[in-house]
Write a protein that binds this ligand. Structure first.
Ligand SMILES: [Zn+2]
Length: 422
């Protein structure tokens, strides 16, 4: 279902013709920029699916009676669930039809299932945020109450192991549309297998590593850092919907034409990208420690090379790019697409410019004094895809923090988990 409307910009009085594609969401805030003056224009749709009507509110412009859409008038296609074209209006080339052409019927069903699930996640967002906060603040009784209500099962929450299990169960339930669930299961299996093997063959070394990251508070801190990201991901779920679509779009990598994201903007997302990249940098410490134990029998023993850190403490402070290099023959393959330190630095040092009208991001990764010669360009859609990738990697490695805690409680403190049947 689509609505064609015309609006007149409050700032410059230019007309824009809009084709609004309807999603299944109860509340659909769309945003674009006036092509003539760059002013933001917000279109909010509240569909009533029973009466098949839709309340459309506009801010930054007023709705006018338009004529047939002609090429001389500004035009935008908007849809929350798909990347849409910046191309001129063509009747029948609706966002839905064009998306269907790109990924086919079966993938469209999967995509629809995930974005519909996200509607529920959005509606449960305060519940999810509360239970994460309660876990972080160690309010165990309240946490149990909230987590039971959310997951719909009275999972035991007696020991620290139980609480951990319930927490990650809730996270999986809430974030399944984002998180490549099959790959997470693979990752958890692989983490568990590696830790089991090291626990048998190099127990003293593994215990020493875990004692250090527990006693210093590092493991707990990095887990809490990860937990702070989840609520912020819910806050920007609208801009991640088109990025999720790209999971199914095989032509995406070869594309040279830009696609539009219809909600939120670069400013809404740059900080979370920066923060997630920083947390990734800390999570790599866990990967490196285990790697050193596996290859050289001690978490402080890096492969000897020029510039190799003398121990894990000095490794923590290495720049992210160098950190990856120090993980030789890695036991766990970090998705390097998820880590873009140059982009992170450019954003952190105000060397990134964003054009809201074209949704083009230009950043300057090199130190070039006053000049800015070496520019890298990407569209907001590509940036949102990077956010999705780094979130997925952070989510996987958050499971590593979980597995390390499980090893600590179970093998080192010999705390038992309460059986689920009990
Ligand atoms: Zn304008």
């Amino acid at each position: 279902m689509n609505y064609n409307i015309s609006v007149q910009c409050d700032v410059c009085t230019s007309q824009t013709n809009c084709r609004l594609g309807l999603s299944n969401r109860a509340y659909q805030p769309l945003r674009f920029r006036c092509k003539s003056c760059g002013a933001p224009i917000d279109v909010t749709m509240k569909p009533d699916f029973e009466t098949t009507t839709c309340d459309i509110q506009i801010m930054g412009a007023k709705q006018i009676v338009g004529n047939e859409f002609t090429p001389d008038v500004n035009f935008v296609d908007l849809h929350l669930d798909f990347p849409v074209s910046f191309d001129p209006y063509v009747m029948g080339h609706t966002p839905f039809m064009m998306a269907m052409q790109r990924i086919g019927f079966e993938s469209m069903k999967l995509h629809a299932m995930r974005v519909n699930y996200l509607n529920g996640v959005y509606e449960a967002s305060s519940e999810i945020k509360t239970l994460l906060t309660l876990y972080s603040k160690e309010k165990h009784d309240l946490f149990r109450e909230k987590v039971w209500a959310f997951i719909g099962v009275q999972m035991p929450c007696d020991s620290q192991l139980d609480l951990n299990r319930a927490l990650y169960f809730a996270i999986e339930k809430a974030f399944f549309p984002f998180a490549e669930p099959d790959k997470n299961v693979d990752a958890v299996d692989s983490f568990t297998r590696h830790l089991d093997r090291l626990g048998r063959k190099k127990k003293a070394a593994l215990d020493a590593f875990i004692t250090e990251i527990i006693d210093s508070g590092f493991l707990r801190d990095v887990q809490l850092d990860c937990l702070e990201i989840y609520p912020r991901i819910i806050d920007i779920e609208l801009l991640l919907r088109p990025a999720l679509f790209l999971d199914f779009d095989r032509s995406y990598c070869k594309q040279t034409v830009p696609y539009r994201v219809s909600a939120l903007e670069f400013l809404d997302a740059k900080d979370i990208f920066k923060d997630m990249t920083e947390i990734m940098s800390r999570l790599l410490v866990l990967v490196a420690g285990i790697n050193n134990i596996k290859h050289r029998g001690g978490h402080n023993r890096f492969s000897p090379s020029k510039g190799a850190p003398t121990n894990l403490k000095t490794y923590v402070d290495l720049p992210l790019g160098l950190k990856l290099q120090q993980i030789d023959h890695p036991w766990y393959q970090v998705n390097v697409d998820a880590i873009d330190n140059r982009l992170r630095n450019s954003i952190a040092h105000y060397k990134a410019e964003y054009d809201e009208v074209t949704q083009e991001l230009v950043y300057y990764p090199k130190e070039e004094g006053l000049e800015r010669k070496t520019a890298i360009r990407m569209y907001f859609l590509d940036f949102s895809r990077k956010i999705l990738n780094v979130f997925r990697e952070l989510h996987r490695l958050n499971h590593l923090t979980k597995c390390l805690f499980v090893y600590y409680y179970l093998r080192m403190l010999e705390i038992k988990a309460t059986s689920i049947q009990a």
